[in-house]
Ligand binder design. Structure first.
Ligand code: GLA
Length: 703
């Protein structure tokens, strides 16, 4: 049993393969967090279960470590639930009803039910255990069992209490358009550190996950506590340290400008916030999260195909002829999925018009899309298409017909970003419009892949025709509708795979990955810049879900010139794609690319299903090295990139990870055999030289 209950002491324990998560009811009836870390027994926690106080100013210090902070009474830390009742009372005072341990699909879930002592409000806390990866999925359901409505002012998914540490180092990512997923770390002092999105989607400025360690964890050693939130709209994660040295991390849907009205009999469900403990450093944290995504989150287990995307080749200037020419070249290289990006519909000749008019542009495609699709299929590739269903250009037939379909405030202007506005997804007719045009598209064409984009944040968040007291529901309604649309489309078209994109990596989170098979992490396709973006992405998200394109050199963005090999190696670390203008590539470049794609297909099972090890030991020397290892340690691939080298500064040997000590291995391009022990402890010399050099080594057990 992963979930245990000691009814003498009223203590719950969640036991995973290598961790224990323990909490119980203290003598005041508060659900108090007790322990999270390496495996212990439930009984070990009995002495920890007691309330404490310091003075009348800190009368209930134990409430700082409440499993789920109900705002009311003496709750002064970040609340998990804050409500307003119909009579103006805003104080929660709850008691335990009961608990249940459920089992579904082989997973155990603990549900603990609470009710308010006076008002008909119930809260159900959920804990689903993923024992093999030392993870717990938490969420909460709030139910109105009465007649009067209740306003939810803040409904967080969970609070994670971190055990006492000498120091608390918070690791997270920050970023911007074309520079997403940049790693940062900071020591927490008393007070709060807020990570958030208030832009309507997940956002590239931050990403909803955190990791905390004592400041001494590395890629391969040390204890790390972490969590990631499954929500694609406004979110917040608050890391809070109190003066009594309690640190908890509370997260969920952002409460900024947000409320949800629970009518009689209604339930509100907070999104899943998964948390975990790693005793093997940040590397093990990431590997557990990656495999959790493969096994429990992603909508399918399919291999990700090598794709071609037309965006950087033709931008809006798409037409049947050019796309067919590109497709021929792509097929020669071994591409498996040909994706046509923006520009194929309406008057979409630039980003100022046409968005919202989802009819094929007859000038560009006189015989419809099927001519191109037939050609692509004839070349042995699947066909994919770009759409951005949530947005509209004011210069479009859709907007001229339905100017009221966008979010707006009647007395304010409508801010345009990339010349577009956002459709109000809370309107049933808007939702239907999107489902209908997508259904039409997918029913009448052999489309196997959709790149779903979203190129602006939400402004003027007004919901026309929505009751005044429910206006602040917009942030949640947008996401709920989006999930409903994706879920309906996936149900209707199980053969179609989806990529999440939002001007690059602004909508990447565990919520969207229940519907999306892969993600576009950044519009920055520079192979060197991508290394840090991909590293930050990999802290939380799996390599299989990370689309990486090989594009032109010098790159359009920062004029950097790097070799074809370097560009391929950088992109082969995720789900490989090509995004260059192949119509201008020489036969030699096509042939060389075909060889890299052939190599990628050989190592693809390792990259897309194996375990990833970030080898950070030589980072200070300008080396980025990442290894992917088969589950049984019999095979591995190493990618290494040297930024630049000063004269006489040779690289120290690089130690590998994840192999079997006693096995013998051969490395292609190197003579001899090596024991796993030697490779992991003595290491290998990497013959990288100069600037922007790279290599890929395949390491296989010698038979
Ligand atoms: C966004 C995406 C790009 C491309 C363009 C098309 O910027 O991130 O990859 O699809 O839109 O307009």
């Amino acid at each position: 049993m992963a979930i245990q209950y000691n009814d003498q002491h009223h203590i719950f324990a969640i036991q995973t393969q290598n961790s224990s998560y323990i909490f119980g009811f203290n003598e005041k009836g508060n659900l108090q967090h007790l322990y999270w870390g390496a495996t212990i027994a439930i009984e070990d926690c009995v002495p920890l279960l007691r309330s404490s106080s310091h003075s009348s100013f800190d009368a209930e210090v134990d409430r700082e470590v409440e499993e789920y902070s109900f705002w009311g009474g003496l709750c002064y830390t970040e609340p998990a639930l804050k409500v307003r009742f119909h009579d103006g009372v805003r104080d929660l005072s709850v008691t335990y009803i009961d608990h249940q341990i459920l089992e579904e699909n082989g997973k155990e879930t603990l549900v603990i039910r609470f009710k308010d002592q006076h008002y008909p409000l119930e809260t159900h806390l959920y804990y689903t255990v993923i024992p093999e990866y030392d993870l717990v999925e938490r969420s909460a359901k709030i139910i109105n069992r009465g007649e009067d409505c209740i306003v939810l002012e803040s409904t967080q998914s969970a609070s994670w209490t971190i055990p006492y540490l000498q120091d608390y180092r918070l690791t997270h990512v920050t970023g911007k358009w074309s520079g997403e997923f940049q790693l940062r770390s900071t020591l927490l002092s008393e007070g709060k550190k807020l990570l958030e999105s208030r832009r309507g989607f997940t956002d590239g400025h931050a990403n909803p996950w955190f990791a905390i360690d004592a400041g001494d964890a590395t890629e391969s050693h040390g204890e790390v506590w972490f969590g990631a939130l499954a929500w694609s709209g406004n979110w917040k994660i608050v890391a809070e340290k109190t003066v009594f040295n309690h640190v908890k991390v509370t997260g969920g849907i952002h409460d900024f400008d947000s409320e949800w009205v629970l009518e009689a009999g209604e339930t509100f469900e907070a999104p899943v916030f998964v948390g975990g403990f790693s005793s093997g450093g940040f590397g093990q944290m990431s590997r557990h999260l990656h495999h959790y995504q493969y096994d429990h989150v992603l909508p399918s287990q399919q291999v990700r195909k090598v794709l071609y995307n037309s965006w950087e080749a033709t931008y809006f200037d798409v037409n049947a002829q050019d796309q067919m020419a590109l497709a021929e070249k792509a097929a020669k290289m071994g591409v498996e999925l040909f994706v046509m990006d923006d520009g194929w519909f309406g008057a979409r000749n630039h980003d100022r018009a046409g968005l919202g008019d989802w009819v094929v542009n007859k000038q560009k495609f006189p015989n419809g899309l099927n001519e191109l699709i037939t050609k692509v299929n004839g070349l042995g590739m699947d066909f994919g298409l770009w759409v951005e269903p949530e947005a509209v250009n004011p210069d479009s037939d859709l907007y001229r017909e339905h100017p009221d379909w966008v979010y707006h405030f009647p007395t304010r202007g409508r801010t345009e970003l990339r010349n577009q506005l956002l459709l109000d997804l809370s309107k049933p007719e808007v939702k239907r419009f999107i489902v209908d045009f997508m259904t039409d598209l997918l029913q009448n064409h052999q489309i196997k892949f959709i790149k779903w984009d979203m190129n602006r944040t939400i402004t003027e968040p007004g919901l026309k025709d929505h009751p005044l007291h429910r206006q602040k529901e917009i942030w949640i309604r947008h996401v709920q509708s989006l999930y409903e649309i994706w879920s309906e489309l996936r149900r209707k078209f199980p053969q179609v795979e989806f990529e999440t994109c939002a001007g690059g990596g602004s909508r990447i989170d565990l919520g969207i990955f229940r519907y999306a098979d892969q993600a576009w992490p950044s519009d920055n396709t520079d192979a060197f810049d991508r290394l840090s973006i991909q590293e930050g992405f990999s802290y939380t998200y799996a390599p299989k879900m990370m689309t990486c394109w090989v594009t032109e050199t010098p790159t359009g963005m920062n004029r950097r010139d790097v070799s074809l090999q370097y560009r391929f190696h950088s992109a082969m670390m995720g789900s490989l794609g090509i995004g260059a203008n192949l119509n201008e590539w020489s036969d030699e470049q096509i042939e060389q690319s075909a060889e890299f794609i052939r190599q990628y297909k050989q190592i693809r099972p390792l990259v897309q299903a194996g375990s990833q090890f970030r080898l950070s030991a030589l980072k200070q020397k300008g080396l980025t090295a990442v290894q992917y290892v088969h589950a049984n340690g019999s095979e591995s691939v190493l990618f290494a990139f040297l930024h630049s080298q000063k004269l006489g500064e040779l690289l120290p040997r690089l130690c590998l990870q994840g192999l079997q000590s006693d096995k013998q291995y051969v490395i292609d391009q190197l003579p001899g055999t090596y024991s796993g022990r030697a490779l992991m402890n003595v290491g290998i010399v990497l013959p990288l030289r100069g600037d922007f050099d790279s290599l890929m080594y395949r390491i296989q057990e010698s038979k």
